[in-house]
Design a protein around this ligand. Structure first.
Ligand code: UD1
Ligand code: CA
Length: 482
């Protein structure tokens, strides 16, 4: 038997009023991804012939995000008629007239819906040759959801929305998850018949069920045991709870892949992060975006890495890094701030209270203490002295600093860019490097120190300092007379 063609419709036009946000609900992030991306991934796994996404609220932002995840999605703009029924109706109108298959309908706000659940819903629908099959669940607190009303025979009769339900119907514990399969023929016949005479004055897709059963057509329901998978995100309380739940699953996944995670409750790992066996994550670590950590690396405590790559055996302690690459065996932190474009070579070091940006620091090179290194390239095995600042900005333009290999610069230097320090060069403490330093040279810029003897006694008589100086003079005198 040939497989029937398949369309998936994702409903993403709603405003998400309950989020109270200027960001559309479906773009709020969960484990680093917009809500709608979670559903699009599940929808895509069914390999549908058509993927239709209905948009309206903040249309352009939502559309851009949808196309980022699913470039082949067909976007449909919902018109002024509100409700999930209208959204599905317009999606069906966008399908080719000759399309004669099944239509899976999912909401964009159910991020835990997984491929297995959706695939088995579709399979049951096809096996039972139903006109519609809905995914339901029996839950302890059904408030807010539509309820599945069954006949005395046990067959599905209709769905009633919470706001339209009688007290008896509110007592029903079987909820409609908002995920369905319909034959396109059923949708084409009955969607135009749905009205908006309900508490919300909206066209409900859920009315399809009552219309179909009244017409004597079969509506099946598949009740799932993993009820959490069907939970919709409607407000920020649910979003935070969902984030906690998803994070726990991601943490457990990586633990089973050989990652040591000391404190799962304070470790947050985005969906697109990749970890290697024998990585160790210490408490308070957040790994975001497409961060990658190689085997043997230790990250944390209290570290946030965004789109950052950590090499084998590296140590990254109390650090904030974005778009940085940390080489194998390198050490970073504690209290380091790596901004985009930082690339630390193998065995290198970025130490305490050091900020870097657009800085390529070669293998074995070190910036150990209290420094700002920006728009800079450092060769291999060089050491940048404590308290070094690259003055890379003249108020108008940014300029580059180049430091060669095996360089030793003194403490408290300023490199006034553009400037170049040659291989093997040294600089003295407190040097303000304004001119290029040739290879092997020692750069010194400060004036020789001058001591004005007796200045304190002459200018600050009677102070504690003057008294201390007098005592020191006395002691020195005693020594010389002995
Ligand atoms: C819906 C169901 C309810 C079910 C619940 C499960 C209806 C009438 N009710 O209620 O039975 O228990 O989901 O979570 O369908 N949307 C549009 N266009 C619109 C309105 C909504 O595209 O005009 C989209 C929303 O963006 C959202 C989805 O449809 O992704 C569901 O809308 P929402 O307002 O969250 O419906 P619920 O009240 O949760
Ligand atoms: Ca919802």
């Amino acid at each position: 038997m040939p497989v029937r063609p398949l369309a998936v419709v994702v409903l993403a036009a709603g405003q998400g009023t309950r989020m109270k946000s200027s960001t559309p609900k479906v773009l709020h992030r969960l484990a680093g991804l917009p809500l709608v991306h979670h559903v699009l991934e599940t929808a895509g796994a069914l390999s549908p012939d058509h993927l239709v996404v209905v948009v309206r609220h903040e249309r352009d932002r939502v559309a851009a995000s949808v196309l980022e995840a699913s470039p082949h999605a067909v976007l449909v703009d919902q018109d002024d008629i509100p409700g999930t029924g209208r959204a599905v109706e317009q999606a069906v109108e966008a399908l080719p007239a000759e399309f004669d298959g099944d239509v899976v309908v999912v909401s964009a706000d159910v991020p835990f819906l997984d491929h297995e659940t959706l695939a088995s819903l579709l399979e049951q629908h096809r096996t039972e040759q139903a006109s519609a099959t809905l995914l339901s669940a029996v839950v302890p607190s059904p408030a807010g959801y539509g309820r599945v009303v069954r006949r005395a025979s046990g067959d599905v009769d209709r769905i009633v929305e919470h706001k339209d339900a009688t007290p008896d119907e509110l007592a029903v514990a079987e909820i409609n998850s908002g995920t369905y399969v319909f034959t396109v023929a059923a949708l084409r016949t009955h969607l135009p018949r749905i009205g908006a005479a309900n508490a919300q004055n909206e066209k409900y897709v859920t009315d399809m069920v009552g219309l179909l059963t009244a017409a004597g057509e079969l509506v099946a329901a598949r009740a799932v045991a993993e009820t959490w998978r069907l939970e919709g995100i409607n407000d920020r309380v649910q979003l935070a709870a969902a984030a906690r739940l998803l994070n726990a699953r991601i943490v457990e996944h990586w633990q089973r892949e050989g990652v040591s995670i000391v404190d799962p409750l304070t470790t947050w790992i985005d969906r697109d992060v990749t970890l290697s066996p024998d990585v160790e994550l210490l408490p308070g670590t957040q790994l975001k975006g497409a961060t990658f950590v190689a085997t043997g690396a230790v990250v944390g405590p209290d570290t946030t890495l965004v789109d950052t790559e950590v090499g084998e055996g590296a140590t990254v302690k109390r650090t904030d890094a974005t778009l940085a690459v940390i080489g194998a065996g390198a050490t970073v932190g504690p209290w380091s701030y790596l901004r985009p474009g930082t690339k630390l070579g193998a065995g290198g070091k970025i130490g305490t209270f050091v900020e870097t940006k657009n800085a390529v620091i070669g293998d074995g090179s070190k910036v150990p203490h209290l420094s700002y290194i920006g728009d800079t390239e450092v060769g291999t095995d060089s050491n940048i002295g404590a308290g070094t600042i690259t003055a890379n900005y003249d108020g108008v333009n940014k300029h580059r600093t180049e430091v060669g290999s095996n360089v030793r610069t003194g403490s408290h230097n300023v490199f006034v860019a553009p400037v170049r320090i040659g291989d093997g060069a040294y600089s003295g403490a407190g040097t303000v490097v304004r001119k290029d330093v040739p290879a092997g040279a020692l750069a010194l810029s400060i004036a020789p120190q001058r001591n004005a003897s007796g200045w304190v006694e002459a200018n600050r008589p009677g102070t504690a300092a003057a008294q201390a100086a007098a005592r020191a003079d006395q002691a020195a005198g005693d020594e010389t007379t002995d």
